[in-house]
Design a protein around this ligand. Sequence first.
Ligand SMILES: [Zn+2]
Length: 401
Amino acid sequence: MARIAYLECTNCGEQISADQPQTICPKDGGVLYVRYDLAGLKPTFTAASLFGRTPSMWRYAEVLPEAEPVSLAEGFTPMLPSREFPNVHIKDEALNPTGSFKARGMSAAVTMARAYGLKKLAVASAGNAASALAAYSAAAGIEAHIFMPRDAPLAQRVECESYGACVTLVDGLISDCERMIAERKEKEGWVDVSALKEPFRMEGKKTLGYEVAEQLAWRLPHGIIYSTGDGVGLIGMWKAFDEMQQLGWIGSERPQMIAVQAAGCAPIVEAWDEGKSSTDLWREADTLAAGMRVPKPYGDYLILDILKKSGGIALSVSDEEIMDALRHWAKVEGIFASPEGAAGLAAYRKLRANEFFAEKDTVVLFNTASGLKYLDVIEKHKRGAQRRSASRPLGGIIGPY
Ligand SMILES: [Zn+2]
């Protein structure tokens, strides 16, 4: 772990060695950030030094854990110019292994798990993190124990089982899955790699920030719209921007960071609107965007702080707006997005309509995962919409269904 200087609590500033596996701050449960000797790296780790490197997230190896990577060639996904909006870029994370952005975090987390000699990993996931852990664990020869809500998209479960993971379907939400892991992990010898319960998924996710900067020729966009469940990517990108500034790759400019959530589970939006620095548990979370059914994100205080510092905002979009955006993206851009990814487009439309963003503003959206992982969800919604329109012979009436 030579490259890692120390782990630092985002809450109390406590510094902890990374020589042994760590989870959260032992004093106050704060999220731990991995810190590097960036001043020492600065003379040789330059933007120009990236030229010709591997087209995966491991091209930024100097600011990732120093261990033999467990890699399936994740990251360095395309940044597609929107065909519809001149200054919008769509980072297509569907092209990652396991078809989602969760591959980044799991590549880093499983890399470190193997380096530490861990044998059994567990995760609570509404979907994509589960199949990513299952795949990377298979690649590393480590046991994966998956806890997912019973109503998670079918593809995720089938993938996990195919990768040889041990899958437990839970009648409840991701918070119930987390509780089950917490109750059993000591006895079973599991290490919890749920979002922000260990420091390395963030390190993988932060490479989104490095790639956005590199792919936009080191000029950060005006805005970044991020579909926020656990929010690790948003937090990670912000960390990456700070690191890049210390490395001298970018200046002090920052994008406005926008958190979009589903109206049926919007704890960050609620806290933001009320000016709070942490969230209350969202009761009866209900949205077809499974990745955004996170009733209380563990890093809520970090997300809210970043929104504030960046001059950003939190907003919610309805399932109907999400599914409309999903179909629109597919038809207009040729991108078959996940509901969570499509939420970014729905948010962008709202932020253009209320003039938060102007046409000239460069904005990056993320298609977080492939729509192919949600065929059952998309088909079910379509059938429901057809049923609803058939049972409503009067045109033009839009009800709150
Ligand atoms: Zn602490």
